[in-house]
Design a protein around this ligand. Structure first.
Ligand code: NAD
Length: 496
């Protein structure tokens, strides 16, 4: 193990602890394959301490006595601190997940907007006054925090996806136990130090680290967790639904995708080629919104495919910290092997490999886990390569005959996270979003997200929405209050 390995601690009640077992696990740099940090290996005992701390902070101490405006001040301060440390946090994320520094740095610089937006929203959470239809009664509603939130995140955009949960949860007055991915825990522990510096009271945000079975599972089953906010794979999501049924936990689930990008014959081809390349090869295809099915009108199939391959072939691979690099390594060794196995599956299914299809052997890739940008043609939408999420730099090109055919193929998937269309037709720009079964539809653009725009999936891609004003509703319960100054009813056994 290198001498400069960092050893981290977990964060509970604004204090830094070792795990109950005192054990650690190693985290590796995907570009070099080397261990660079040791992360506490927590278990159910640590989960219990963290949940108890969050439960206590919800009802007692400083947090429940802050006004909503004061909660907003704290969130704003946290946003400023993230802004101050954005490049440092981005470099840590690159060391953990191998994504481009250019991408992670842009994410970290944009991330404070979620803190600022929900800071502003904190004191605009209004109840309502229904004009009640009964004499001498007054009714109003209160919006109250849902309670203790378990926030569980994946490795591809660790802090961004945490902020999407943490900012609205804190604005609503909830407390949290955060469990980052076992592959990318370091940035969350650095982030926790900023939570403390911002002045959040003890127990409001707690971080436990470790594996899904040891930490995630006890967290989603804990009776004092009121809500689970999860981003990750479909199978983990379905396990969360089952586990949460015992105590009827509230859920927000952001799961996988198999998103279609549809290129109509009237599209601006150079924009469509560039957008389609960015949709699948940016972030090495390791995004839930990867446009991994490229539906191209048959009349432009040859021309589009040639230009697409030419641009994909020119992608510069290598050190993710270099500003010139365009495609970095795959984040984890198991993921690297999984992508290669999907490439084999596609070849065996009869798909035609038009580009890549192998691990990258370029000198600039060193010992990293790199896979060449891979393009398959001759794909039928029923093939596994077109139906299952690969989560890597692999795209399937599927021709279509007419608009109906395009919508049918695009919707023929269990997922429903996102879709993109490329067209110059005004009519299609309005018609396609209605016809496509997806939580987000981009027209002549792709991969745009904002703190103002709700994000989430339909079908197997998830439940609920994050971001925008809708995002905060996921962290609130409505309480209805009735006041009466009427006479005592003559018959107490009849409903009022
Ligand atoms: P994953 O489901 O394997 O892990 C996600 C998190 O869940 C990790 O922290 C993991 O430790 C935890 N976990 C694992 N088993 C658990 C259990 N039994 N109980 C509770 N927690 C458990 O996903 P991943 O491989 O880290 O991430 C990739 C997946 O995330 C892809 O499917 C991708 O599409 C999805 N994703 C979705 C979005 C979105 O917004 N829709 C965004 C990014 C990633």
């Amino acid at each position: 193990m290198p001498a400069d390995t960092t050893t981290y601690k977990i964060f509970i009640e604004n204090e830094w602890h070792d795990s109950a077992s005192g054990e650690h696990f190693e985290t590796r740099n995907p570009f070099t394959g080397e261990v660079w940090a040791r992360i506490p290996k927590c278990g159910p005992e640590d989960v219990n301490v963290a949940v108890e701390a969050a439960h206590k902070a919800l009802r007692t101490g400083a947090w429940p006595n802050l006004t909503a405006t004061q909660r907003g001040h704290l969130l704003r301060r946290l946003g400023d601190l993230i802004n101050r440390d954005a490049d440092k946090l981005a470099a840590i994320e690159v060391r953990d997940n191998g994504k481009l520094f250019a991408e992670m740095s842009a994410q970290l610089r944009y991330l404070p907007q979620w803190l600022y937006f929900y800071a502003g929203l904190a004191d605009k959470i209004n109840g309502s006054v229904p004009p009640i239809d009964k004499p001498k009664m007054f009714t109003y509603t209160r919006r109250e925090p849902v309670g203790v939130v378990a926030a569980i995140t994946p490795w591809n955009s660790p802090l961004m996806l945490t902020a999407w949960k943490l900012a609205p949860a804190l604005a609503a007055g909830c407390t949290l136990v955060v469990k980052p991915s076992e592959y990318t825990s370091a940035s969350m522990l650095e982030f926790a130090a900023l939570v403390e510096e911002a002045g959040f009271p003890p127990g409001v945000v707690n971080v436990v680290t470790g594996f899904g079975a040891d930490v995630g599972d006890p967290l989603i089953r804990h009776p004092k967790i009121n809500k689970v906010a999860f981003t990750g794979g479909e199978s983990t999501g379905s396990r969360i639904v089952e586990a949460s049924a015992q105590t009827f936990k509230r859920l927000t689930l952001e799961l996988g995708g198999k998103s279609a990008q549809i290129v109509f014959a009237d599209a601006d081809l150079s924009s469509a080629v560039s957008g389609a390349v960015s949709g699948i090869f940016a972030a090495t295809g390791q995004t839930c919104i990867a446009g991994s099915r490229l539906l191209v009108h048959e009349s432009i199939l040859k021309e589009f495919t040639e230009s697409f391959i030419e641009l994909a072939r020119s992608a510069r691979m290598g050190d993710p910290m270099l500003p010139t690099t365009q495609v970095g390594p795959v984040t984890t060794r198991p993921q690297y092997e999984r992508i290669l196995s999907y490439i084999d599956i596609a070849k065996n299914e009869g798909a035609q490999c038009l580009l890549g299809g192998v691990a990258a052997q370029r000198p600039e890739c060193g010992n990293g886990w790199f896979i060449e940008p891979t393009v398959f043609g001759n794909v039928d939408n029923s093939m596994r390569i077109a139906q299952e999420e690969v989560f890597g730099p692999v795209v399937s090109i599927i021709p279509f005959r007419d608009d109906e055919d395009a919508y049918r193929i695009a919707n023929d998937t269990d997922y429903g996270l996102a879709a993109g269309i490329w067209t110059n037709s005004f009519e299609r720009a309005f018609e396609a979003p209605k016809r496509l079964q997806a939580g987000t539809v981009w027209v002549n653009t792709y991969r745009a997200v904002s703190f103002l725009a709700p994000f989430g999936g339909i079908k197997n891609s998830g439940i609920g929405r994050e971001s925008g004003t809708e995002g905060i509703n996921q962290y609130l319960e409505t309480k209805t209050v009735w006041l009466s100054w009427g006479e005592t009813p003559a018959n107490p056994f009849v409903m009022r």
